[in-house]
Write a protein that binds this ligand. Structure first.
Ligand code: NAG
Ligand code: NAG
Ligand code: NAG
Ligand code: NAG
Ligand code: NAG
Ligand code: NAG
Ligand code: NAG
Length: 527
Protein backbone atom coordinates (compact mmCIF):
# COMPACT_ATOMS: atom_id res chain seq x y z
CA UNK A 1 0.00 0.00 0.00
CA UNK A 2 0.83 3.62 -0.25
CA UNK A 3 3.29 4.51 2.47
CA UNK A 4 2.64 7.97 3.81
CA UNK A 5 5.53 7.92 6.23
CA UNK A 6 8.41 8.19 3.81
CA UNK A 7 7.00 10.94 1.64
CA UNK A 8 6.78 14.65 1.72
CA UNK A 9 3.13 13.89 0.98
CA UNK A 10 1.61 15.74 3.90
CA UNK A 11 3.41 18.83 2.67
CA UNK A 12 2.17 18.23 -0.85
CA UNK A 13 -1.42 17.73 0.23
CA UNK A 14 -1.34 20.89 2.29
CA UNK A 15 0.15 22.80 -0.60
CA UNK A 16 -2.57 21.63 -2.94
CA UNK A 17 -5.31 22.32 -0.39
CA UNK A 18 -4.03 25.88 -0.07
CA UNK A 19 -4.34 26.52 -3.79
CA UNK A 20 -7.23 28.75 -4.78
CA UNK A 21 -9.18 25.98 -6.52
CA UNK A 22 -11.20 26.99 -9.51
CA UNK A 23 -10.58 30.69 -9.06
CA UNK A 24 -8.18 30.99 -11.94
CA UNK A 25 -10.26 29.90 -14.91
CA UNK A 26 -8.08 29.76 -18.00
CA UNK A 27 -8.62 32.38 -20.68
CA UNK A 28 -7.94 30.82 -24.05
CA UNK A 29 -6.91 33.26 -26.75
CA UNK A 30 -5.71 33.03 -30.33
CA UNK A 31 -1.89 33.26 -30.57
CA UNK A 32 -1.16 33.68 -34.30
CA UNK A 33 2.45 34.80 -33.84
CA UNK A 34 3.40 31.75 -31.85
CA UNK A 35 1.51 29.56 -34.34
CA UNK A 36 3.66 31.09 -37.11
CA UNK A 37 6.90 30.55 -35.19
CA UNK A 38 6.06 26.91 -34.46
CA UNK A 39 4.94 26.34 -38.06
CA UNK A 40 8.33 27.63 -39.24
CA UNK A 41 10.21 25.42 -36.77
CA UNK A 42 8.16 22.38 -37.80
CA UNK A 43 8.53 22.88 -41.55
CA UNK A 44 8.23 20.97 -43.80
CA UNK A 45 5.68 19.24 -41.59
CA UNK A 46 2.34 21.00 -41.16
CA UNK A 47 1.06 21.88 -37.70
CA UNK A 48 -2.43 21.98 -36.27
CA UNK A 49 -3.56 25.44 -35.19
CA UNK A 50 -3.76 26.02 -31.45
CA UNK A 51 -4.91 28.59 -28.91
CA UNK A 52 -2.93 29.79 -25.90
CA UNK A 53 -3.51 30.55 -22.24
CA UNK A 54 -1.33 31.12 -19.22
CA UNK A 55 -1.58 30.13 -15.61
CA UNK A 56 0.26 31.41 -12.57
CA UNK A 57 1.54 28.79 -10.17
CA UNK A 58 3.87 29.02 -7.18
CA UNK A 59 7.53 28.38 -7.88
CA UNK A 60 7.75 26.65 -4.50
CA UNK A 61 4.74 24.51 -3.65
CA UNK A 62 5.95 24.25 -0.06
CA UNK A 63 5.00 27.90 0.33
CA UNK A 64 2.18 28.46 -2.13
CA UNK A 65 0.96 31.61 -0.38
CA UNK A 66 4.27 33.43 -0.21
CA UNK A 67 6.28 31.90 -3.02
CA UNK A 68 7.35 33.79 -6.08
CA UNK A 69 4.89 32.93 -8.86
CA UNK A 70 5.82 31.56 -12.26
CA UNK A 71 3.79 31.52 -15.43
CA UNK A 72 2.95 28.31 -17.25
CA UNK A 73 2.27 28.65 -20.97
CA UNK A 74 -0.56 26.39 -22.11
CA UNK A 75 -1.66 25.33 -25.57
CA UNK A 76 -4.94 23.88 -26.82
CA UNK A 77 -5.92 22.05 -29.97
CA UNK A 78 -9.69 21.79 -30.26
CA UNK A 79 -11.61 18.56 -30.43
CA UNK A 80 -12.46 17.57 -34.01
CA UNK A 81 -15.95 16.28 -33.30
CA UNK A 82 -18.77 16.57 -30.84
CA UNK A 83 -20.05 16.08 -28.35
CA UNK A 84 -16.89 17.32 -26.67
CA UNK A 85 -16.20 15.19 -23.59
CA UNK A 86 -13.61 17.39 -21.87
CA UNK A 87 -9.87 17.95 -22.11
CA UNK A 88 -6.94 15.57 -22.28
CA UNK A 89 -3.57 16.83 -21.05
CA UNK A 90 -0.57 15.71 -23.08
CA UNK A 91 3.09 15.52 -22.18
CA UNK A 92 5.46 14.77 -25.09
CA UNK A 93 8.34 13.31 -23.11
CA UNK A 94 12.06 14.02 -23.27
CA UNK A 95 12.01 15.08 -20.49
CA UNK A 96 12.48 18.55 -21.79
CA UNK A 97 9.93 18.43 -24.61
CA UNK A 98 7.81 21.56 -24.88
CA UNK A 99 4.06 21.55 -25.34
CA UNK A 100 4.30 24.35 -27.89
CA UNK A 101 6.60 22.45 -30.23
CA UNK A 102 5.08 19.02 -29.87
CA UNK A 103 1.32 19.30 -29.43
CA UNK A 104 0.74 20.97 -32.82
CA UNK A 105 2.83 18.25 -34.52
CA UNK A 106 1.30 15.19 -32.89
CA UNK A 107 -2.27 16.33 -32.23
CA UNK A 108 -3.40 14.49 -35.39
CA UNK A 109 -1.97 11.25 -33.95
CA UNK A 110 -3.57 12.00 -30.58
CA UNK A 111 -6.98 12.66 -32.11
CA UNK A 112 -6.65 9.54 -34.25
CA UNK A 113 -6.03 7.38 -31.19
CA UNK A 114 -8.25 9.13 -28.63
CA UNK A 115 -11.14 9.63 -31.02
CA UNK A 116 -11.44 13.41 -31.61
CA UNK A 117 -13.99 14.17 -28.88
CA UNK A 118 -11.53 15.75 -26.46
CA UNK A 119 -9.75 19.08 -26.52
CA UNK A 120 -6.02 18.44 -26.36
CA UNK A 121 -4.02 20.54 -23.94
CA UNK A 122 -0.30 20.70 -23.41
CA UNK A 123 2.02 23.10 -21.65
CA UNK A 124 5.69 23.92 -21.33
CA UNK A 125 6.73 22.03 -18.23
CA UNK A 126 9.08 23.65 -15.74
CA UNK A 127 12.57 23.85 -17.18
CA UNK A 128 11.37 24.16 -20.80
CA UNK A 129 10.16 26.85 -23.18
CA UNK A 130 9.83 30.09 -21.18
CA UNK A 131 8.97 28.32 -17.92
CA UNK A 132 12.07 28.83 -15.71
CA UNK A 133 14.11 27.37 -18.57
CA UNK A 134 16.98 25.11 -17.53
CA UNK A 135 20.13 26.10 -19.37
CA UNK A 136 23.60 25.16 -18.17
CA UNK A 137 25.21 27.57 -20.60
CA UNK A 138 27.37 24.91 -22.19
CA UNK A 139 26.43 26.16 -25.63
CA UNK A 140 24.68 23.03 -26.81
CA UNK A 141 22.66 24.22 -29.76
CA UNK A 142 21.74 20.82 -31.15
CA UNK A 143 19.15 20.01 -28.52
CA UNK A 144 15.59 21.13 -28.82
CA UNK A 145 12.27 20.98 -27.07
CA UNK A 146 10.91 19.06 -30.02
CA UNK A 147 11.21 15.43 -29.07
CA UNK A 148 11.04 14.29 -32.69
CA UNK A 149 14.47 15.87 -33.14
CA UNK A 150 16.87 13.73 -31.21
CA UNK A 151 18.76 15.16 -28.32
CA UNK A 152 22.51 14.67 -28.75
CA UNK A 153 24.36 16.30 -25.87
CA UNK A 154 27.86 17.36 -26.77
CA UNK A 155 29.51 16.23 -23.55
CA UNK A 156 29.11 12.57 -24.48
CA UNK A 157 32.54 12.21 -25.93
CA UNK A 158 33.83 8.72 -25.46
CA UNK A 159 37.38 7.70 -26.24
CA UNK A 160 36.83 3.97 -25.91
CA UNK A 161 34.25 1.43 -26.94
CA UNK A 162 34.61 -0.19 -23.52
CA UNK A 163 31.99 1.73 -21.61
CA UNK A 164 33.38 0.73 -18.21
CA UNK A 165 36.90 1.81 -19.13
CA UNK A 166 35.54 5.01 -20.54
CA UNK A 167 33.51 5.67 -17.43
CA UNK A 168 36.56 5.20 -15.20
CA UNK A 169 38.88 7.21 -17.45
CA UNK A 170 36.75 10.23 -18.26
CA UNK A 171 33.00 9.56 -17.99
CA UNK A 172 32.72 9.91 -14.24
CA UNK A 173 34.74 13.11 -14.14
CA UNK A 174 32.79 14.63 -17.06
CA UNK A 175 29.54 13.73 -15.36
CA UNK A 176 30.56 15.38 -12.09
CA UNK A 177 31.64 18.48 -13.97
CA UNK A 178 28.32 18.54 -15.76
CA UNK A 179 26.46 18.39 -12.45
CA UNK A 180 28.66 21.19 -11.06
CA UNK A 181 28.20 23.41 -14.10
CA UNK A 182 24.44 22.99 -14.06
CA UNK A 183 24.40 23.81 -10.36
CA UNK A 184 26.47 26.94 -10.81
CA UNK A 185 24.09 28.20 -13.48
CA UNK A 186 20.69 27.06 -12.12
CA UNK A 187 20.91 26.95 -8.34
CA UNK A 188 17.93 29.27 -7.87
CA UNK A 189 15.37 27.29 -9.82
CA UNK A 190 16.94 23.86 -10.34
CA UNK A 191 15.21 22.33 -7.33
CA UNK A 192 11.75 23.27 -8.60
CA UNK A 193 11.60 21.54 -11.99
CA UNK A 194 11.41 17.84 -11.12
CA UNK A 195 8.56 15.53 -12.01
CA UNK A 196 6.73 15.86 -8.67
CA UNK A 197 6.69 19.64 -9.04
CA UNK A 198 5.30 19.20 -12.55
CA UNK A 199 2.61 16.84 -11.21
CA UNK A 200 1.58 19.60 -8.80
CA UNK A 201 1.30 21.96 -11.77
CA UNK A 202 -1.00 19.44 -13.43
CA UNK A 203 -3.32 19.67 -10.42
CA UNK A 204 -3.30 23.45 -10.82
CA UNK A 205 -4.08 23.06 -14.53
CA UNK A 206 -7.00 20.66 -14.14
CA UNK A 207 -8.45 22.90 -11.45
CA UNK A 208 -8.11 25.93 -13.68
CA UNK A 209 -9.79 24.12 -16.57
CA UNK A 210 -13.06 24.36 -14.68
CA UNK A 211 -14.11 20.83 -15.62
CA UNK A 212 -14.53 18.16 -12.96
CA UNK A 213 -11.10 18.57 -11.33
CA UNK A 214 -10.09 15.13 -12.62
CA UNK A 215 -7.17 14.33 -14.87
CA UNK A 216 -7.50 12.93 -18.36
CA UNK A 217 -3.99 12.41 -19.64
CA UNK A 218 -1.87 11.04 -22.47
CA UNK A 219 1.79 10.63 -21.51
CA UNK A 220 4.28 9.72 -24.21
CA UNK A 221 7.72 8.32 -23.30
CA UNK A 222 8.98 10.32 -20.28
CA UNK A 223 5.35 11.46 -20.07
CA UNK A 224 4.72 7.98 -18.66
CA UNK A 225 6.98 8.79 -15.68
CA UNK A 226 5.03 12.00 -15.18
CA UNK A 227 1.83 9.96 -15.24
CA UNK A 228 3.26 7.46 -12.76
CA UNK A 229 4.25 10.25 -10.38
CA UNK A 230 0.89 11.99 -10.72
CA UNK A 231 -1.02 8.77 -10.08
CA UNK A 232 1.14 7.91 -7.08
CA UNK A 233 0.72 11.39 -5.59
CA UNK A 234 -2.90 12.07 -6.53
CA UNK A 235 -4.59 8.72 -7.19
CA UNK A 236 -8.05 10.15 -6.46
CA UNK A 237 -7.61 12.68 -9.29
CA UNK A 238 -7.14 10.10 -12.07
CA UNK A 239 -10.06 9.77 -14.46
CA UNK A 240 -8.22 8.53 -17.59
CA UNK A 241 -4.49 7.93 -17.95
CA UNK A 242 -2.93 6.47 -21.08
CA UNK A 243 0.82 5.86 -20.85
CA UNK A 244 2.48 5.22 -24.19
CA UNK A 245 6.12 4.07 -24.26
CA UNK A 246 6.65 3.31 -20.60
CA UNK A 247 9.66 3.90 -18.45
CA UNK A 248 10.20 1.65 -15.46
CA UNK A 249 9.02 3.95 -12.65
CA UNK A 250 11.46 2.46 -10.15
CA UNK A 251 14.63 2.89 -12.19
CA UNK A 252 13.33 6.28 -13.30
CA UNK A 253 13.12 7.26 -9.65
CA UNK A 254 16.65 6.00 -9.04
CA UNK A 255 17.83 7.86 -12.12
CA UNK A 256 19.82 4.90 -13.46
CA UNK A 257 17.65 3.13 -16.08
CA UNK A 258 20.06 0.23 -16.77
CA UNK A 259 17.32 -1.60 -18.71
CA UNK A 260 16.95 1.21 -21.21
CA UNK A 261 18.30 -0.67 -24.23
CA UNK A 262 16.83 -4.04 -23.40
CA UNK A 263 14.78 -4.28 -26.62
CA UNK A 264 17.22 -2.64 -29.06
CA UNK A 265 18.72 -5.96 -30.15
CA UNK A 266 15.19 -7.14 -30.91
CA UNK A 267 14.47 -3.94 -32.85
CA UNK A 268 17.66 -4.27 -34.85
CA UNK A 269 16.87 -7.91 -35.67
CA UNK A 270 13.40 -6.80 -36.81
CA UNK A 271 15.03 -4.20 -39.05
CA UNK A 272 17.16 -6.89 -40.72
CA UNK A 273 14.07 -9.14 -41.07
CA UNK A 274 12.05 -6.35 -42.67
CA UNK A 275 14.93 -5.43 -44.94
CA UNK A 276 15.12 -9.01 -46.15
CA UNK A 277 11.32 -9.20 -46.55
CA UNK A 278 11.52 -6.07 -48.72
CA UNK A 279 14.76 -7.10 -50.41
CA UNK A 280 13.77 -5.68 -53.83
CA UNK A 281 13.79 -2.32 -52.16
CA UNK A 282 16.36 -2.59 -49.36
CA UNK A 283 19.67 -0.86 -50.08
CA UNK A 284 21.60 -3.14 -47.73
CA UNK A 285 20.67 -6.23 -49.76
CA UNK A 286 21.66 -4.57 -53.02
CA UNK A 287 24.93 -3.12 -51.71
CA UNK A 288 26.06 -6.43 -50.23
CA UNK A 289 24.72 -8.61 -53.05
CA UNK A 290 23.16 -10.57 -50.20
CA UNK A 291 21.56 -13.85 -51.20
CA UNK A 292 20.24 -14.64 -47.74
CA UNK A 293 19.42 -12.92 -44.51
CA UNK A 294 22.45 -14.46 -42.85
CA UNK A 295 24.65 -12.70 -45.43
CA UNK A 296 23.44 -9.40 -44.05
CA UNK A 297 23.98 -10.51 -40.48
CA UNK A 298 27.50 -11.77 -41.11
CA UNK A 299 28.54 -8.51 -42.74
CA UNK A 300 26.88 -6.37 -40.09
CA UNK A 301 28.40 -8.35 -37.23
CA UNK A 302 31.87 -8.18 -38.78
CA UNK A 303 31.48 -4.44 -39.39
CA UNK A 304 30.33 -3.73 -35.83
CA UNK A 305 33.09 -5.93 -34.37
CA UNK A 306 35.72 -4.12 -36.46
CA UNK A 307 34.30 -0.76 -35.50
CA UNK A 308 34.45 -1.69 -31.83
CA UNK A 309 38.22 -2.13 -32.24
CA UNK A 310 38.58 1.11 -34.14
CA UNK A 311 39.96 3.75 -31.81
CA UNK A 312 39.46 6.65 -34.21
CA UNK A 313 37.29 9.42 -32.84
CA UNK A 314 35.21 11.49 -35.21
CA UNK A 315 34.20 14.90 -33.87
CA UNK A 316 34.81 13.54 -30.38
CA UNK A 317 32.77 10.43 -30.95
CA UNK A 318 34.19 6.99 -30.85
CA UNK A 319 33.36 5.34 -34.20
CA UNK A 320 31.70 2.40 -32.51
CA UNK A 321 29.41 4.55 -30.37
CA UNK A 322 28.58 6.64 -33.43
CA UNK A 323 27.48 3.56 -35.37
CA UNK A 324 25.39 2.27 -32.48
CA UNK A 325 23.85 5.73 -32.17
CA UNK A 326 22.92 5.83 -35.85
CA UNK A 327 21.14 2.50 -35.57
CA UNK A 328 19.43 3.13 -32.23
CA UNK A 329 18.25 6.56 -33.32
CA UNK A 330 16.67 5.26 -36.54
CA UNK A 331 14.90 2.42 -34.73
CA UNK A 332 12.61 5.06 -33.17
CA UNK A 333 10.81 5.64 -36.45
CA UNK A 334 10.17 2.69 -38.81
CA UNK A 335 9.33 5.10 -41.63
CA UNK A 336 13.08 5.82 -41.64
CA UNK A 337 14.11 2.18 -41.91
CA UNK A 338 14.58 2.21 -45.69
CA UNK A 339 16.88 5.20 -45.14
CA UNK A 340 18.71 3.38 -42.37
CA UNK A 341 19.35 0.53 -44.81
CA UNK A 342 20.84 3.05 -47.25
CA UNK A 343 22.95 4.66 -44.55
CA UNK A 344 24.33 1.33 -43.34
CA UNK A 345 25.00 0.28 -46.93
CA UNK A 346 26.98 3.50 -47.45
CA UNK A 347 28.91 2.95 -44.24
CA UNK A 348 29.70 -0.66 -45.09
CA UNK A 349 30.90 0.20 -48.56
CA UNK A 350 32.98 3.12 -47.26
CA UNK A 351 30.85 5.86 -48.81
CA UNK A 352 30.29 7.57 -45.45
CA UNK A 353 33.40 8.21 -43.43
CA UNK A 354 32.23 11.03 -41.30
CA UNK A 355 30.08 10.72 -38.21
CA UNK A 356 26.53 10.64 -39.52
CA UNK A 357 25.52 12.62 -36.44
CA UNK A 358 26.32 15.94 -38.07
CA UNK A 359 23.15 18.00 -38.39
CA UNK A 360 21.41 18.63 -41.67
CA UNK A 361 20.46 22.08 -42.86
CA UNK A 362 20.19 25.39 -41.03
CA UNK A 363 18.34 25.48 -37.72
CA UNK A 364 15.67 28.18 -37.36
CA UNK A 365 15.58 30.37 -34.24
CA UNK A 366 14.77 28.03 -31.38
CA UNK A 367 11.61 28.34 -29.36
CA UNK A 368 12.84 26.44 -26.34
CA UNK A 369 15.06 28.26 -23.86
CA UNK A 370 15.75 25.21 -21.73
CA UNK A 371 18.13 23.06 -23.79
CA UNK A 372 19.39 21.21 -20.70
CA UNK A 373 15.99 20.47 -19.19
CA UNK A 374 16.41 16.79 -20.01
CA UNK A 375 19.08 16.55 -17.31
CA UNK A 376 17.57 19.23 -15.11
CA UNK A 377 14.35 17.25 -14.80
CA UNK A 378 15.46 13.62 -14.76
CA UNK A 379 18.43 14.27 -12.50
CA UNK A 380 16.40 16.19 -9.93
CA UNK A 381 14.16 13.11 -9.68
CA UNK A 382 17.14 10.79 -9.12
CA UNK A 383 17.39 9.30 -5.64
CA UNK A 384 20.50 7.20 -6.39
CA UNK A 385 23.39 9.47 -5.46
CA UNK A 386 26.97 8.29 -5.18
CA UNK A 387 30.18 9.96 -4.14
CA UNK A 388 32.60 7.31 -5.32
CA UNK A 389 33.11 6.08 -8.87
CA UNK A 390 33.18 2.44 -7.69
CA UNK A 391 29.62 2.68 -6.38
CA UNK A 392 28.32 3.17 -9.89
CA UNK A 393 30.06 0.17 -11.45
CA UNK A 394 27.27 -2.33 -10.60
CA UNK A 395 24.79 -0.13 -12.52
CA UNK A 396 27.11 -0.19 -15.52
CA UNK A 397 27.37 -3.96 -15.27
CA UNK A 398 23.58 -4.21 -15.32
CA UNK A 399 23.38 -1.87 -18.29
CA UNK A 400 25.85 -3.96 -20.28
CA UNK A 401 24.00 -7.09 -19.29
CA UNK A 402 20.66 -5.88 -20.66
CA UNK A 403 21.68 -5.68 -24.30
CA UNK A 404 24.11 -7.79 -26.26
CA UNK A 405 24.88 -5.21 -28.92
CA UNK A 406 23.88 -1.86 -27.48
CA UNK A 407 24.67 -1.85 -23.77
CA UNK A 408 27.82 0.20 -24.36
CA UNK A 409 25.98 3.02 -26.07
CA UNK A 410 24.19 4.83 -23.30
CA UNK A 411 25.85 7.09 -20.78
CA UNK A 412 23.55 10.06 -20.65
CA UNK A 413 22.23 9.57 -17.11
CA UNK A 414 25.60 9.52 -15.39
CA UNK A 415 25.44 13.16 -14.21
CA UNK A 416 22.28 12.31 -12.26
CA UNK A 417 24.26 10.33 -9.68
CA UNK A 418 26.19 13.51 -8.74
CA UNK A 419 23.31 15.96 -9.09
CA UNK A 420 23.16 18.83 -6.62
CA UNK A 421 19.58 19.99 -7.01
CA UNK A 422 17.08 17.35 -5.97
CA UNK A 423 13.50 18.37 -6.62
CA UNK A 424 12.18 20.04 -3.50
CA UNK A 425 9.05 17.89 -3.83
CA UNK A 426 11.02 14.80 -4.87
CA UNK A 427 8.81 11.70 -4.67
CA UNK A 428 10.55 8.78 -2.97
CA UNK A 429 7.52 6.61 -2.34
CA UNK A 430 6.25 3.47 -3.98
CA UNK A 431 3.95 3.22 -6.98
CA UNK A 432 1.70 0.57 -5.46
CA UNK A 433 -1.47 2.61 -5.45
CA UNK A 434 -5.03 2.24 -6.66
CA UNK A 435 -6.00 5.18 -8.84
CA UNK A 436 -9.64 6.32 -8.96
CA UNK A 437 -9.82 4.86 -12.49
CA UNK A 438 -7.35 2.23 -13.74
CA UNK A 439 -4.44 3.24 -15.95
CA UNK A 440 -3.97 1.88 -19.48
CA UNK A 441 -0.38 1.30 -20.60
CA UNK A 442 0.40 0.73 -24.27
CA UNK A 443 3.87 -0.29 -25.40
CA UNK A 444 5.61 -1.52 -28.51
CA UNK A 445 7.50 -4.78 -28.34
CA UNK A 446 10.55 -3.39 -30.17
CA UNK A 447 10.82 -0.01 -28.55
CA UNK A 448 14.46 1.18 -28.61
CA UNK A 449 14.21 3.37 -25.53
CA UNK A 450 11.21 2.30 -23.45
CA UNK A 451 11.29 -1.51 -23.46
CA UNK A 452 7.95 -3.18 -22.82
CA UNK A 453 9.20 -4.54 -19.49
CA UNK A 454 8.73 -0.98 -18.19
CA UNK A 455 5.01 -1.14 -18.97
CA UNK A 456 4.61 -4.50 -17.21
CA UNK A 457 6.64 -3.25 -14.27
CA UNK A 458 4.50 -0.09 -13.86
CA UNK A 459 1.33 -2.10 -14.37
CA UNK A 460 2.25 -4.55 -11.63
CA UNK A 461 2.37 -1.59 -9.24
CA UNK A 462 -0.79 0.35 -10.20
CA UNK A 463 -3.82 -1.65 -9.17
CA UNK A 464 -6.27 -2.45 -11.95
CA UNK A 465 -4.03 -1.24 -14.76
CA UNK A 466 -3.68 -3.15 -18.04
CA UNK A 467 -0.88 -3.40 -20.61
CA UNK A 468 -1.90 -3.36 -24.26
CA UNK A 469 1.00 -4.71 -26.32
CA UNK A 470 1.64 -3.25 -29.77
CA UNK A 471 3.47 -5.50 -32.20
CA UNK A 472 4.61 -2.47 -34.21
CA UNK A 473 8.07 -0.95 -34.38
CA UNK A 474 9.43 2.28 -33.00
CA UNK A 475 9.15 4.41 -29.89
CA UNK A 476 5.59 4.76 -28.70
CA UNK A 477 2.61 3.99 -30.90
CA UNK A 478 2.62 7.03 -33.21
CA UNK A 479 5.33 5.74 -35.60
CA UNK A 480 3.37 2.51 -36.30
CA UNK A 481 -0.33 3.39 -36.53
CA UNK A 482 -2.68 0.55 -35.60
CA UNK A 483 -6.48 0.57 -35.94
CA UNK A 484 -6.57 -2.11 -33.25
CA UNK A 485 -4.70 0.10 -30.76
CA UNK A 486 -6.70 3.21 -31.66
CA UNK A 487 -10.02 1.44 -31.18
CA UNK A 488 -9.04 0.25 -27.70
CA UNK A 489 -7.64 3.61 -26.60
CA UNK A 490 -10.77 5.34 -27.84
CA UNK A 491 -13.01 2.96 -25.89
CA UNK A 492 -10.92 3.64 -22.82
CA UNK A 493 -11.12 7.42 -23.09
CA UNK A 494 -14.77 7.61 -24.14
CA UNK A 495 -16.30 4.81 -22.04
CA UNK A 496 -13.59 4.02 -19.50
CA UNK A 497 -13.36 0.39 -20.69
CA UNK A 498 -10.02 -1.36 -20.41
CA UNK A 499 -8.98 -4.07 -22.87
CA UNK A 500 -8.33 -7.51 -21.47
CA UNK A 501 -4.79 -8.12 -20.30
CA UNK A 502 -2.76 -10.06 -22.86
CA UNK A 503 -4.07 -8.57 -26.11
CA UNK A 504 -1.44 -7.89 -28.78
CA UNK A 505 -2.37 -5.44 -31.54
CA UNK A 506 -0.84 -5.56 -35.02
CA UNK A 507 0.28 -2.40 -36.84
CA UNK A 508 -1.57 -1.39 -40.03
CA UNK A 509 1.59 -1.06 -42.12
CA UNK A 510 5.11 -2.42 -42.29
CA UNK A 511 8.07 0.01 -42.30
CA UNK A 512 8.50 -0.17 -46.06
CA UNK A 513 4.78 0.61 -46.61
CA UNK A 514 4.50 3.62 -44.35
CA UNK A 515 6.01 6.26 -46.61
CA UNK A 516 3.86 5.06 -49.54
CA UNK A 517 0.74 5.13 -47.38
CA UNK A 518 1.38 8.67 -46.24
CA UNK A 519 2.27 9.85 -49.75
CA UNK A 520 -0.87 8.26 -51.22
CA UNK A 521 -2.99 10.03 -48.61
CA UNK A 522 -1.16 13.35 -48.81
CA UNK A 523 -0.08 13.11 -45.19
CA UNK A 524 3.17 14.84 -44.30
CA UNK A 525 4.58 13.91 -40.91
CA UNK A 526 7.92 13.68 -39.13
CA UNK A 527 7.68 9.99 -38.23
C1 NAG B 1 -11.34 26.42 -30.77
O1 NAG B 1 -12.72 26.48 -30.44
C2 NAG B 1 -13.11 27.73 -29.94
C3 NAG B 1 -14.56 27.67 -29.44
O2 NAG B 1 -15.22 26.60 -29.95
C4 NAG B 1 -12.94 28.78 -31.02
O3 NAG B 1 -13.30 30.05 -30.52
C5 NAG B 1 -11.48 28.80 -31.41
O4 NAG B 1 -11.27 29.71 -32.47
C6 NAG B 1 -11.00 27.43 -31.83
N1 NAG B 1 -9.54 27.50 -32.00
C7 NAG B 1 -8.87 27.06 -33.08
C8 NAG B 1 -7.40 27.23 -33.09
O5 NAG B 1 -9.43 26.52 -34.01
C1 NAG C 1 36.46 -3.04 -20.06
O1 NAG C 1 37.15 -2.32 -19.09
C2 NAG C 1 37.04 -2.84 -17.77
C3 NAG C 1 37.72 -1.87 -16.81
O2 NAG C 1 39.03 -1.66 -17.17
C4 NAG C 1 37.65 -4.22 -17.73
O3 NAG C 1 37.51 -4.78 -16.44
C5 NAG C 1 36.92 -5.11 -18.75
O4 NAG C 1 37.52 -6.38 -18.81
C6 NAG C 1 36.92 -4.48 -20.13
N1 NAG C 1 36.05 -5.24 -21.00
C7 NAG C 1 36.45 -5.69 -22.17
C8 NAG C 1 35.44 -6.46 -22.95
O5 NAG C 1 37.55 -5.50 -22.60
C1 NAG D 1 24.41 30.15 -7.89
O1 NAG D 1 24.02 30.72 -9.13
C2 NAG D 1 24.53 32.01 -9.39
C3 NAG D 1 24.01 32.43 -10.74
O2 NAG D 1 22.61 32.35 -10.77
C4 NAG D 1 26.03 31.98 -9.38
O3 NAG D 1 26.52 33.29 -9.54
C5 NAG D 1 26.53 31.39 -8.09
O4 NAG D 1 27.93 31.25 -8.15
C6 NAG D 1 25.92 30.03 -7.85
N1 NAG D 1 26.33 29.50 -6.57
C7 NAG D 1 27.03 28.36 -6.46
C8 NAG D 1 27.35 27.96 -5.05
O5 NAG D 1 27.36 27.70 -7.40
C1 NAG E 1 38.01 3.71 -38.24
O1 NAG E 1 36.97 4.71 -38.26
C2 NAG E 1 37.28 5.81 -39.08
C3 NAG E 1 36.17 6.82 -38.91
O2 NAG E 1 34.92 6.26 -39.12
C4 NAG E 1 37.45 5.35 -40.53
O3 NAG E 1 37.78 6.46 -41.33
C5 NAG E 1 38.54 4.29 -40.59
O4 NAG E 1 38.61 3.78 -41.91
C6 NAG E 1 38.26 3.16 -39.63
N1 NAG E 1 39.37 2.24 -39.60
C7 NAG E 1 39.22 0.94 -39.75
C8 NAG E 1 40.47 0.11 -39.67
O5 NAG E 1 38.13 0.43 -39.94
C1 NAG F 1 22.91 -10.59 -16.07
O1 NAG F 1 21.69 -11.23 -16.51
C2 NAG F 1 21.51 -12.53 -16.02
C3 NAG F 1 20.22 -13.10 -16.60
O2 NAG F 1 19.78 -12.42 -17.70
C4 NAG F 1 21.45 -12.51 -14.50
O3 NAG F 1 21.35 -13.82 -14.02
C5 NAG F 1 22.69 -11.82 -13.94
O4 NAG F 1 22.55 -11.67 -12.54
C6 NAG F 1 22.87 -10.46 -14.56
N1 NAG F 1 24.10 -9.83 -14.08
C7 NAG F 1 24.14 -8.54 -13.71
C8 NAG F 1 25.48 -8.02 -13.31
O5 NAG F 1 23.16 -7.81 -13.67
C1 NAG G 1 10.16 -3.30 -11.26
O1 NAG G 1 11.46 -2.83 -11.54
C2 NAG G 1 12.26 -2.63 -10.40
C3 NAG G 1 13.56 -2.00 -10.84
O2 NAG G 1 14.20 -2.78 -11.80
C4 NAG G 1 12.46 -3.96 -9.68
O3 NAG G 1 13.21 -3.77 -8.53
C5 NAG G 1 11.11 -4.56 -9.34
O4 NAG G 1 11.29 -5.84 -8.80
C6 NAG G 1 10.25 -4.65 -10.57
N1 NAG G 1 8.91 -5.10 -10.22
C7 NAG G 1 8.36 -6.16 -10.78
C8 NAG G 1 7.02 -6.54 -10.27
O5 NAG G 1 8.91 -6.79 -11.67
C1 NAG H 1 -2.00 17.98 -49.56
O1 NAG H 1 -1.96 18.55 -48.25
C2 NAG H 1 -1.57 19.91 -48.21
C3 NAG H 1 -1.52 20.32 -46.75
O2 NAG H 1 -0.70 19.47 -46.03
C4 NAG H 1 -2.54 20.77 -49.00
O3 NAG H 1 -2.07 22.09 -49.00
C5 NAG H 1 -2.65 20.24 -50.42
O4 NAG H 1 -3.66 20.95 -51.10
C6 NAG H 1 -3.02 18.75 -50.42
N1 NAG H 1 -2.98 18.21 -51.77
C7 NAG H 1 -3.94 17.43 -52.25
C8 NAG H 1 -3.74 16.94 -53.65
O5 NAG H 1 -4.93 17.13 -51.60
Amino acid sequence: MFNHKILPLAGLAAAVAALPHGQKALQWKPCPELNEQIAELSAPFPITRFDCASLEVPLDYDHPGTSEMIQLDLFKVNATKGPVLGSVLFNPGGPGGTGAENLPLVSADLHLNIGGQFNLISWDPRGTGNTIPFNCGTGDTTSSGNVARRYEPSYHTVPSSNVTQNFLDVGWEQSRQRADTCYATNNKTGQFIGTSSVALDMVSIIDALGEDGLLRYYGWSYGSALGDYFAALFPERVDRMLLDGNVNPYTWQLGTRPELFEDVDKGFAAFIDECWKNREDCALVTALNAVSKSDIWETMDAFIAATAKNTTTVAGYNAYIAVLGVIEGRLYYPMQWPKLAQLLADMLTGKVEDSPRSSTGPTPKPYNHGPDAIDGIRCSDATFQVTDVEEYLPILAQQLNHSKGFGAFYNAVWPCASWKMSDKQQYRGDFKVKPRHPILMVNGEYDPTTPISGAYNASSAFEGSVVLAHNGYGHGIFPSPSKCVAEKIQRYFVHGDLPEEGIVCEPDFGPWELAQHYAANNISRPF
